[in-house]
Design a protein around this ligand. Sequence first.
Ligand SMILES: [Zn+2]
Length: 865
Amino acid sequence: MKPVALVLGVLIAWTSQAGLAAPDRIVLPAGVVPLHYDISIVPDAAAKTFTGSVKIDIEVREQTSRIVMNAAELTFAHVALSGVAGQPQISFDTAQETATLTFAVLVAPGRYVLSIDYAGRINDNAAGLFYLDYDTAQGNKRALFTQFENSDARRFVPCWDEPAQKATFTLAALVPVDEMAVSNMPIATRETLGGGLERVHFAETPKMSSYLLFFGLGDFERISRLVNGVDVGVIVKRGDTDRARDALDAAAHILPYYEDYFGVKYPLPKLDLIAGPGQSQFFGAMENWGAIFFFERDLLVDPKISTQDDEHDVTIVVAHEMAHQWFGDLVTMDWWDGIWLNEGFASWMEYKAADRFNPTWNVWLRAMGSKEAAMRVDARAGTHPIIQPIHDVFQANEAFDTITYSKGMSVIRMLENYVGDDAWRAGVRAYMKAHAYGNTVTDDLWVQIDKTSAMPVSGVAHDFTLQDGVPLIRVAATRHGIRLTQDRFADDDSGKAPTVWQVPVREKSLGAKTEWHGLVSRDKPADIALAKSAVPIVNAGQAGYFRTLYDKALSAGIAAHFRALSPVDQLGLLNDARALGTAAYQPMTNVLALTGQARSGMNPQVLANIVGQIADLDALYRDLPGRAAFRAYGLGVLRPLFAKVGWTAKAGEDANVSLLRADLLAALSGLDDPAVIAKARAFFAAYLKNPESLSGDLRSSVLSVVAAHADGASWEQLHALAKATQNSLEKRQYYMLLGRARDRALAGRALELALTDEAPVTVRPAIVASVSGYYPQMAFDFAAAHADEINAMLEPDSRNEFVPRLASGSYDPTMVAKLDAYADAHIPATARQATVKAEAAIAYAAKVRAERLPQIDRWLKKRRR
Ligand SMILES: [Zn+2]
């Protein structure tokens, strides 16, 4: 899918025992296991219900009178076990989402068929079988899809809903003949039943985990291409095929690349990428084996409304989900504490694949932003080791976070860089081969890479996956060069405990032909001999997951050579300067000494980072007396850059320049630049008369500026556009824009709108999230006051996180107590990671405003003199 601490010794012992359930892990009893599911369902889309029947081949391993399986929101009509007379007693545990069948006799070990007739509901958010409605010229239509990760297959079929309980599946469904039904496997047979109905039978799946099963049904069209003998398709709502071509191209490129990289042929006869209108607050796409589901914005490209960023996202998300077809689907974690390996690996592979087919995008520079996001969370209270104990499936929701995805990606990148591409790939291939159709723990991968690599990797990997936090490498000048020592970087007291990592470090002085690399740890500093004139760059290439703190003289020397550094090292220096400055390791103004060096000829992704640094600082300055002086500085940096880039794209422009333009416009709008606001309004007036007058990137930027600075009239114009359009991508975008208004009353109207039935169901909570961008407290207060209504709109996976996340952009320390009160009323004590993270972010922002911004005030005053 796409987008919590412990005693170390205990954790290592615990994770290295593959296959042994931890004593405090809540799982189904091991005495009965599923081998094959034969499922038949009859959906009633209009009534939002379905009936089902399932025959499960099971193996009873220990004599028992009880069979415990997962079931949620299902009712059982009839249950029978082959060879055992009579109906069992059925009891449901709604908290644990289990059904217990108790038989009057003891069931002896052996194979049986368990038959269950049951009924369930079709949900209005993405959990289990769910529907998405959309407008068309022929009226409103409804499509059905399923979403089971992490543990919602139990809302579709009674099952052993745990990743280690792999089985084969056959699925049949009674469907209208004029709709397309899709599942993991192709349709094997069809029975025409009259009355406009047919029963479709899908071919049997390979052995797989229940969370990967998929079913979809709707008025769809499919475009396809045969790639290496695999039928690769994109399935969309009727009329959307032109928007699906980019995704099909991406998938067709990536499939052979992955077959080669993993050393295993794609094991299914077909691979579909399926687009659904709407969104989730929990995920964007899901790697169901052979039937990947995407919300439309991550799969479809519409030149009229998609931006360059959207186009890059499509390739990256397709690459992510396709990597899971091997890493996750073919080889699966044995339990949810291993989810990082799925997600970290796919998040790394997405960049690797996108870079291979689109080298000019420079996606590894983009990946620096993802690493930075992880390091921010990882330096504060609420962080957790990449591998964390997950007690039950409800806690597993919390593991789908920045640490799992982005720190996981960064650590894998660092380890690949440490052992070398070839050794890494050889280890991955051996791992795939050894564990195909099986389950693993993380150490199973390290074992293989230790075999293929000249450098032992397990020790380093354990340091970075079993401990939380961000290493700090201090760099001090010595008589003959530099000395590197290892410490820990933290924004708050949470990270002050001394921690030992073996950190792979690469040093390459500016302009040098040779480099130094080695492991640095607290008890093993490194001395590097350098020429007197050398400008050392530690973490050269920035593959390392750590912050670098140079002593004062070295820091000044590097800043003086900033424009001579490679773009990736410029990004590393900028990100470290901001983090070290806000956390008081260095003067806060070091970052401004770098941003002040921005010139239009520099790498556009570096300039985009500089634009972001200024926009972030300006947001922190809100309502402070020093803001005007900071804005003068910020506009002084941004305006010359924008003058060079201009409003409209030049022919053959670098994609990253288009992205920079969008960032500049967002930042200048944020800084209330009157020229930008006036020009955007003029573009908007022309757009209202002729929607063809703007497309893609410029349209998105213009609408964003207009929405942020909307008055009542322009807000109503956007509102009218939202209501009128039948394009579901566009509709979602307009409704989100309504939540961007800086005008407090209009932001309040957007919140009220989210509680009406006007916008598509899944878009309503997104409006509230949109308001939280500028008004985190207002959005939080509103959501807290309407908690039951808001939570009912969310899939269960999002309910513990959505409302705390709304508040996380606040810098008002009184919000911490409000969040605590909300959590006490609405969030189980075991699921408060998002709350703790939001509180840490708020407390930190408040501290930076009070203690660090005054340094910038003084610096700016001195500069003016
Ligand atoms: Zn994923």
